[in-house]
Design a protein around this ligand. Structure first.
Ligand SMILES: Nc1ncnc2c1ncn2[C@@H]1O[C@H](COP(=O)(O)O)[C@@H](OP(=O)(O)O)[C@H]1O
Ligand SMILES: [Mg+2]
Ligand SMILES: [Mg+2]
Ligand SMILES: [Mg+2]
Length: 347
């Protein structure tokens, strides 16, 4: 690979490639049917797909860019032994390699880069999606009875959906320089497209500051105010912040990556989550891609998160994102000061 291509462009091109590979791992674990669910904390789970996809991403990127600081969500991905060479991605996306690098990023060195990896965003939705792949109703019912995450209400709604909530699942790779997210990849392993009548699964969306976004068709925000928010981590303060928005519709979906995709594709205009819970790996890639598309992501107080390697991982003061500065400001001014103060006291 030519070394005349700036390192930030090469890192983005490699991230696009490896995200696709991680997405395949996520689908393969699901098809095998053994999810290996581990409880990390309250409402916080990890599966074999989270662990394996993280190994694939981190080992592939660190083999190519040993001086880049890479931080992943999963603490203990099974690090015993060599990973399958099938999982090591050393290629780079050709289209990205041909991008003209913005001048302010041309001299960035490997050691200036911090990458935040969420190998599987929307783990709740992933584990619930597993039920939909059980074709035998009795098998499905048995799986429901032993599933730690599904209430009867969600079981019934799953049975009515086509693909469960698997579309909410994304693989996130956020690239930051000087604490700011400058580039990002959102890969959606279960996105369905028909190419010449053939079904293809998976798509990769990317963004680079001052260059723009690719991998999907951008659309303007909906005419009326549509808000997107969590479906599995709500609480009374999250609900209060939604009530004050005066929205015509509230969409409850999984994953920070998927919610930002809804903003980019004109499905929703604002993402509101007035609670701690998200971490730097949840927001780094979505923030980078949204920025590159002209949007804005901050905490509920309107402050940007910092993505340096020594920053705390939790996004203690929530998430507020919108397709443009005007809508972001609208949401920011509607959130009562008392609620902002409550979140700020978590700092
Ligand atoms: N209260 C909470 N506890 C643990 N994780 C939370 C959380 N609230 C949000 N998150 C994490 O933030 C991401 C987006 O959450 P949500 O889907 O509820 O909007 C998920 O990432 P992961 O699925 O990668 O763990 C989720 O786990
Ligand atoms: Mg998680
Ligand atoms: Mg996540
Ligand atoms: Mg995750």
């Amino acid at each position: 690979m030519s070394t005349t291509i700036p390192v930030i462009v090469r890192v983005l091109a490699s991230s696009v490639s490896v995200a696709g590979k991680a997405g395949k791992i996520v689908r393969d674990v699901m098809s095998k049917g053994e999810l290996g669910i581990v409880e990390k904390g309250k409402d916080d789970y990890q599966t074999e797909a989270d662990r394996s996809a993280q190994r694939c991403i981190i080992e592939s990127l660190s083999a190519q860019y040993p001086k880049v600081n890479i931080i992943g969500e999963e603490d203990n991905p099974d690090t015993e032994g060599d990973i399958s060479s099938e999982w090591l991605a050393v290629d780079a996306d050709k289209e990205i390699l041909s991008i003209e690098c913005p001048s302010f990023l041309k001299s960035v060195k490997e050691e200036d880069i911090v990458i935040w990896v969420d190998p599987l965003d929307g783990t709740s939705e992933y584990t619930q999606g597993a039920l939909m792949l059980k074709r035998d109703p009795w098998e499905r019912w048995k799986m429901y009875l032993t599933h730690p995450l599904i209430s009867i209400k969600w079981y019934l709604s799953l049975l009515q959906s086509d693909f469960g909530f698997l579309e909410h699942v994304t693989v996130l790779i956020g690239i930051s320089v000087n604490e700011k997210p400058v580039a990002g990849v959102i890969h959606q392993p279960y996105f369905k497209t028909l190419i010449d009548g053939e079904k293809k699964l998976g798509r990769t969306i990317w963004g680079l500051q001052e260059v723009g976004v690719g991998g999907f068709t951008a659309a303007p925000p909906p005419d009326s105010l549509v808000i997107t928010t969590t479906r599995s981590h709500s609480n009374p303060i999250v609900e209060k912040a939604l009530q004050v928005m005066n929205a015509s519709q509230i969409l409850r979906v999984g994953g920070a990556g998927y919610k930002v995709l809804q903003l980019l594709e004109g499905v929703a205009s604002i993402y509101v989550f007035a609670s701690p819970g998200c971490k730097k790996w949840d927001t780094c890639a979505p923030e980078a891609v949204l920025n590159a598309a002209g949007g804005k992501l901050t905490d509920i107080l309107g402050n940007y998160y910092k993505y340096g390697a020594s920053e705390g991982k939790p996004n203690k003061t929530g998430v507020l994102a919108a397709v443009n500065g005007e809508l972001h400001n609208y949401a920011l001014t509607r959130i009562p000061q008392e609620l902002k103060d409550k979140l700020a006291s978590n700092k």
